[in-house]
Design a protein around this ligand. Structure first.
Ligand SMILES: NC(=O)c1ccc[n+]([C@@H]2O[C@H](COP(=O)([O-])OP(=O)(O)OC[C@H]3O[C@@H](n4cnc5c(N)ncnc54)[C@H](O)[C@@H]3O)[C@@H](O)[C@H]2O)c1
Length: 331
């Protein structure tokens, strides 16, 4: 069986749903400490074996890896707020690096040598060219990005020293929700642009904050690459196949390769919702690069993967979810 860490979280739960649809005979193990995730995100199928546990608990993880005879770990569990990582670096190094190393220890004890890892475009730092390919220098400008880069380096070392096979996937901006309406994005606090805009459209927030409209971009606002969460999910399935057929380590960017400015996204949300969405302009945030867009040619070529959703579909699925969230509060 395969094991998903952070399975009750946003991307992990969408991966699990896609995985169970793709492999109708399969079962899967989800480990989550519910520090951020929602148990409700795992109630969609009886083929999910949920273990409420912390990945940092090596002994418990050894037991779980043995109990289910795990072959491959798909590792989503992490803390992932850039702002919080700057305020509380220890929390991020502890959870994203040390707890991950404790998980690696359990994997080594049990002889589990295959892993897919959720990395991020935040490992690149300020772009020196665009779009960003996997060769772009990695100089993270925040603690969160540093913790993910350190984990990539640990994986490379385990691969060389212990013969592990890994794929590290550097996501750009995950967004959207599953069309079923059963699962979607529910972060607490929410920091991602599309949920913030849609919650404003619903009147739950007063206005959308736009941090800087004087960047060197066509409309002055920051440009990002939004990728639908189910497109990320299908890339993970391709990555599992890839690492089983290609021992060693590989890294792929996952993005739509299309850049959308903050104003593009707000205007798309206005069209989809048919609602007025007030905005407020404030100063640039330190450490926000003007432009982050993926070159995902390598994933297309080696994983045989392409994206299915454009920005409008991302917003439409997110809007369906925001109006009827299945786990609106608490976890
Ligand atoms: N959301 C994005 O746009 C984005 C972009 C790039 C990379 N990522 C990465 O993707 C992964 C998933 O992100 P997400 O948006 O789904 O976040 P999320 O917070 O929704 O999911 C993470 C899950 O991991 C769990 N978790 C955290 N620490 C744990 C621990 N020590 N033991 C067990 N469970 C633990 C949380 O409870 C949560 O359910 C993260 O590694 C994140 O860094 C996300």
């Amino acid at each position: 069986m395969d094991l998903v860490t952070g399975g009750a979280g946003y991307i992990g739960s969408h991966f699990i749903k896609t995985y169970l649809n793709r492999f109708p005979e399969s079962e899967i193990v989800a480990v989550d400490n519910l520090s951020q995730g929602h148990a409700g995100a795992l109630s969609m199928s009886s083929r999910i074996h949920f273990e409420q546990e912390d990945i940092g608990n090596t002994e418990a993880m050894v037991e779980i890896l043995r109990k289910y005879e795990i072959k491959t770990v798909i590792h989503f569990a992490a803390n992932c707020y850039v702002g919080e990582s700057q305020e509380n670096p220890a929390k991020y190094f502890q959870n994203n690096c040390i707890h991950t190393l404790n998980l690696f220890k359990a994997m080594q004890i049990c002889g589990v040598k295959q892993i897919v890892f959720s990395s991020t475009c935040a490992t690149y730092g300020n772009p020196v060219y665009s779009p960003l390919d996997e060769q772009h220098p990695q100089n993270p400008i925040n603690v969160y990005g540093s913790t993910k880069l350190m984990t990539e380096q640990a994986l490379r070392a385990y691969s060389l020293a212990q013969g592990w096979s890994y794929v590290a996937l550097r996501y750009f901006n995950a967004a959207g929700a599953d069309e079923s309406g059963l699962i979607g994005e529910r972060h607490d606090p929410e920091t991602h642009l599309i949920p913030l805009i849609l919650q404003t459209a619903l009147g739950k927030r007063k206005a959308v904050q736009i941090y800087g409209n004087d960047y060197d971009t066509p409309d002055g606002t920051c440009i990002r690459d939004y990728i639908h969460v189910n497109d990320l999910a299908t890339a993970h399935i391709a990555a599992i196949k890839y690492l089983r057929e290609n021992p060693g380590g590989e890294i792929f960017n996952l993005g739509s390769t299309r850049g959308s400015s903050v104003l593009d996204v707000i205007n798309t949300c206005r069209k989809v919702t048919g609602r007025d969405i007030p905005v407020e302009y404030s100063a640039r945030r330190p450490g926000d690069p003007p432009l982050l867009v993926a070159n995902a040619e390598k994933a297309q070529r080696l994983l045989g993967w392409t994206t299915r959703y454009d920005l409008r579909q991302i917003v439409e699925t997110a809007w369906q979810w925001e109006q009827h969230p299945q786990f609106p509060s608490g976890r």
